[in-house]
Design a protein around this ligand. Structure first.
Ligand SMILES: [Zn+2]
Length: 284
């Protein structure tokens, strides 16, 4: 059938990932971030504006990205055919941890989701910080109208201070409706998982994969798509801080061109239409 890509950008900045810095030093710089996000919009023009920017919220920058200057850019992304999603760094790394505390998690997700909606935006997608996720998050996403989760990189797992904060071992390589009992298995919740595109060794993770690896992955996905009966929908991932230099921009643009040879870029809303159509046909 068809291979679809969703181009996702996590709205993080370098200093956030330096736990040795003080809370104040880890805060984002407004001017720098505005410029980087403008570059994201510019790069996404090569794929008809189909970017999904995940807006960051954490203890370091709670409402920072809901300021009017940023909200104007989120509106621009939506008006060009893209979307914004909810990206909560509440995973337990460094100073804040509430992944397994549904009450705190709910506050973090609702606060950002509602803040975006107040600006007239329509977020329907979620991604956990460090690709963390667990079943307890499913009802929280449902309650906030977040119909997609993008936290899955099949087979990834991550330990932090003796706790398994991310576990995607055995998860499918194509989109699936998540089980309430196990986020790595297909089931009947209202949340659809869109995994990161992955072939045997490489993932469509622009920051950490060579262009050759990205090419091999896109080609392997296209081959697998031909063998499968239904459509394939996967994500391709980078971060806002990767838009900082000419070399990195070149790599992002090249990665998008490579994927365009093998599939079609769509928005999360278009993915929802495709999935609803497929599920509708299956239910007849
Ligand atoms: Zn992040």
């Amino acid at each position: 059938m068809s291979l679809y890509f969703i181009f996702t950008v996590d709205g993080d900045w370098d200093e956030y990932f330096s736990p040795k810095l003080s809370e104040a030093q880890r805060k984002p710089n407004k001017k720098t971030l505005l410029n980087l996000i403008k570059r994201e919009i510019n790069v996404a023009r090569s794929i008809n504006g189909k970017i999904l920017h995940f807006v960051h919220a954490s203890s370091v920058a709670r409402d920072f990205f809901l300021q009017p200057d940023f909200a104007a850019l989120w509106k621009k992304i939506e008006s060009h055919g893209g979307s914004v999603g909810v990206h909560c760094h509440s995973e337990g790394l460094y100073r804040e941890g509430c992944l397994c505390d549904p009450e705190k998690m709910e506050k973090a997700v609702s606060s950002l989701s509602e803040g975006l909606k107040r600006e007239g935006l329509t977020p329907i997608s979620y991604r956990g910080g460090y690709l963390t996720f667990c079943e307890k998050n499913i009802p929280i996403l449902e309650k906030n109208g977040l119909l997609f989760d993008f936290s899955c990189e099949p087979d990834r797992f991550l330990w932090h201070e003796g706790e398994l904060v991310c576990d995607w071992r055995g998860a499918p390589n194509n989109y699936y409706r998540v089980s309430y009992k196990d986020h790595r298995k297909p089931g009947k919740s209202n949340v659809i998982e869109v995994p990161l595109g992955k072939s045997e060794r490489n993932a469509l993770y622009i920051d950490t994969t060579s262009l050759k690896g990205l090419w091999n992955t896109a080609r392997a996905l296209a081959k697998r798509d031909k063998e499968e009966s239904g459509d394939m929908i996967v994500s391709i991932l980078t971060h806002t801080y990767e838009f900082s230099s000419f070399q990195k921009l070149f790599k992002i643009r090249s990665a998008l061109s490579i994927c365009k040879r093998y599939g079609t870029f769509i928005s999360d809303k278009e993915a929802l239409e495709i999935i609803n159509r497929t599920e509708g046909k299956q239910n007849i």
